[in-house]
Design a protein around this ligand. Structure first.
Ligand code: GLU
Length: 261
């Protein structure tokens, strides 16, 4: 009797597990999962003013969180159905793959290397790498940094481009732009090499530093997703929002409201 009961339970468990698995496979569609959760979880920056930062009340704000709200409204019908998770340049992909976030909207450049492991929306902004130096610095170009020390943020495109293009440059890395800026102020290196958008934020707030005019790269920002067919529908929905909000001028208005050109 006990053996019979045990085998019945085992059969039920097997069937249920099988069902569960099958169901999981069918629901392996990120758009369906977001709709089912009824909340959009987005990885954003807190150290990349004016693209991603916290206001004085501790609320996530900036161009990227504003775009995230438009997407929540487009997909879920309300810009309140959103949860922000702070990410840095070096942990953003991990947070995407661990399932902590549904997508990353975090000053992220599309590169061929990143395309191998991530899927991207259409670009929504183009930045460029530049140098931030102390006012009066002798450093006026990337070439002037030859055999000198430069600051980068780990996991950023400037870390990658400097390590390959300027191997003779000393590189000091930090996890956040706040830490990188503090190091520049303390004279730990001659310049920060990073996106002009983020560096401008620091230059506007602190008159002892300046953003040099030259741009060394083109950095198309796009929203990043886990790579695979489960992302196809959500990317299509996100691209539709980007396209609509670009056409109706909303995106430009939001950009301007944060002082972004
Ligand atoms: N856009 C660059 C990147 O994706 C730098 C900005 C950042 O650190 O997020 O790496």
């Amino acid at each position: 009797m006990y053996k019979k009961l045990l085998s019945i339970i085992m059969v039920i468990m097997l069937v249920c597990c099988g069902c569960g698995k099958q169901k999981e496979e069918v629901v392996a569609n990120d758009l369906d999962n977001i709709v089912k959760k009824d909340v959009l979880t987005v990885g954003v920056r807190t150290d990349a003013y004016p693209f991603g930062f916290k206001d004085k009340n501790g609320h996530y704000t900036g161009f990227d969180p504003a775009l995230a709200r438009l997407i929540a409204r487009g997909i879920l019908g309300s810009d309140k159905k959103i949860k922000f998770v702070p990410v840095t340049a070096s942990d953003r992909m991990m947070k995407l793959y661990s399932g902590d976030v549904d997508m990353i909207i975090a000053t992220m450049t599309v590169t061929p290397k990143r395309r191998q492991i991530l899927d991207f929306s259409n670009p929504y902004y183009t930045a460029g790498q530049a140098l931030l130096v102390k006012k009066g610095s002798k450093i006026q170009s990337l070439q002037d940094l030859n055999k000198k020390q430069a600051i980068i943020v780990f996991g950023s495109t400037s870390e990658n481009s400097l390590r390959t293009a300027m191997p003779s440059m000393g590189i000091i890395g930090y996890k956040t732009y706040h830490a990188a800026f503090k190091a520049l102020k303390q004279g730990k290196a001659e310049a920060i090499v990073a996106d002009d958008t983020i560096l401008l934020g620091y230059a506007l707030k602190d008159k002892s530093v300046e953003l040099l005019p030259k741009r060394y790269t083109k950095e198309p920002y796009a929203i990043a997703f886990r790579k695979g067919p489960e992302s196809t529908d959500v990317i299509r929905a996100v691209n539709f929002v980007i396209e609509t909000e670009t056409r109706n001028g909303n995106l430009k208005k939001i950009q301007k409201s944060f002082g972004i050109k």
